[in-house]
Write a protein that binds this ligand. Structure first.
Ligand code: KIV
Length: 273
């Protein structure tokens, strides 16, 4: 459905995102991992494309985000960058490419920027990654933070349930968000935390807060594109709104194709040379 809005060709930068927060304009963000999907998402006018390490799940079929490698993230990111005209492209630093070593964090980030042409990196964690954030920023690379449910730590959490429901963890999250802002992050993703806490964080920091399962009182929203298009079927948390049923639609089309091939209906006379 057309909104009647004219496509805005203005390129999105971290400064544009900050202006959006200042004006109270919501920020839209979706994942994409390949050229064809990124082309559609960019043309629709999304503000940020996240080349998420969720590629490990939805593209590669792994149970967690841990197995995806830096080389694989760069492959996905460079495919996305070739497709875009307007969106800001943010790439997840994968598990093992930054934890506990700020020099390696910088080297991994430089590889992402140089080899893919992306515009920023995203990292999971709070106080424990501050040294890395500062080192990456000193090279002129914008960093997005990620707090709350951080899937790279799933084996520490042991479960994908809502984070920071207890006061102690909530206070720590607010402290981490302020520290990430102070260290220079241009935005923070908050994943699966109580809406009231997310609202408080969004009011406590001046940089944009992008939520996923964090309620509507933040500065923007992000979803995994395979989930919101209904390609993945098994994943249906409360926060997910499905905008399509592509699993059924694609399967139906494939069934029709198989039937047409088997029956000899495809190709017909007009579909041959
Ligand atoms: O990898 C990813 O897709 C993410 C989003 C869930 C924010 O980090």
């Amino acid at each position: 459905m057309s909104t009647g809005k004219k496509y805005n060709p203005k390129r999105i930068t971290t400064h544009v995102l900050q202006e959006m927060k200042n004006k109270g304009e919501k920020i839209s963000m979706l994942t994409a991992y390949d050229y064809s999907m990124a082309k559609i998402v960019d043309a629709a006018g999304i503000d940020i494309i996240l080349v998420g390490d969720s590629a490990s799940n939805v593209m590669a079929g792994h149970e967690t985000t841990l197995p995806i490698t830096l080389d694989q993230m760069i492959y996905h990111a460079s495919s996305v960058v070739r497709a875009i005209n307007r969106s800001l492209v943010v790439v997840d630093l994968p598990f093992g490419a930054y934890q506990g070593n700020s020099k390696e964090a910088l080297t991994s980030s430089i590889r992402i920027m140089k080899e893919s042409g992306a515009h920023a990196v995203k990292m999971e964690g709070g106080s424990e990654i501050l040294e890395s954030v500062e080192r990456i920023l000193s090279a002129g690379i914008p960093v997005m933070g990620h707090l709350g449910l951080t899937p790279q730590s799933i084996y520490k959490f042991g479960t994908y349930v809502v984070r920071a429901k207890e006061e102690e963890e909530a206070n720590m999250l607010i402290k981490d968000a302020k520290a990430l802002e102070k260290s220079g992050c241009f935005a923070i993703v908050l994943e699966k935390i109580p809406a009231k806490l997310a609202e408080l964080v969004a009011k406590s920091v001046s940089i944009p807060i992008i939520g996923i399962g964090a309620g509507g009182k933040v500065d923007g929203q992000v979803l995994v594109i395979h989930d919101m298009l209904g390609i993945t079927q098994e994943f249906s948390p409360r926060f997910l709104r499905r905008y399509n049923d592509l699993y059924d639609s694609i399967k139906g089309s494939v069934l029709n194709y198989i039937n047409d091939v088997k029956s000899g209906d495809f190709p017909n006379e007009k579909e041959q040379y």
